[in-house]
Unconditional design. Sequence first.
Length: 183
Amino acid sequence: MVETLTRNWRWVALRGGLAILFGVLTLFNPGITLAVLILLFGGYALVDGVVMTVSAIANRHGQPRWAALLVGGLLGIAIGIVTFVAPGITATALLGVIAAWAVITGIAEIVAAVRLRKRITGEWLLVLSGLLAVGFGLILFFAPEAGAIAIALWIGFYALVSGILLVALGVRLRSWGRMHLAI
């Protein structure tokens, strides 16, 4: 596992760099960031639903479960339309999805760090990033009334700090790889 991470240190650092960029943009314009996230989600759900529906209808003779694909497509279209008609409901649901994603990602990062602790130094950065993600997710679950703009600011802060930690981890992985592996 450590060899794979070390060989891919650039991807870890790139993920961190993108998180930093997203975090800074969000902190400077939280209202627009939240609105754009909601609209992007709505557009994605609508387009995905249309493609899935067309695919289900076009392949109904060759697919034994084409009806399930059709229902999924129609549900995607409905969610896309609801997103554009009632973005507030979508924002609440989106916060729940982001909260679940943050908790699951954080737990995965902590587990990875525990597995790496005897192989590399600096695994605490991944633990810290994981704890930050879990904490962020729990705040979103238990305090959504803090307001959409405040949540967008938290998203920006989380992305910025997490990005910095991931860039630092990427640099450490690169150093470790130069000392231990011929890359």
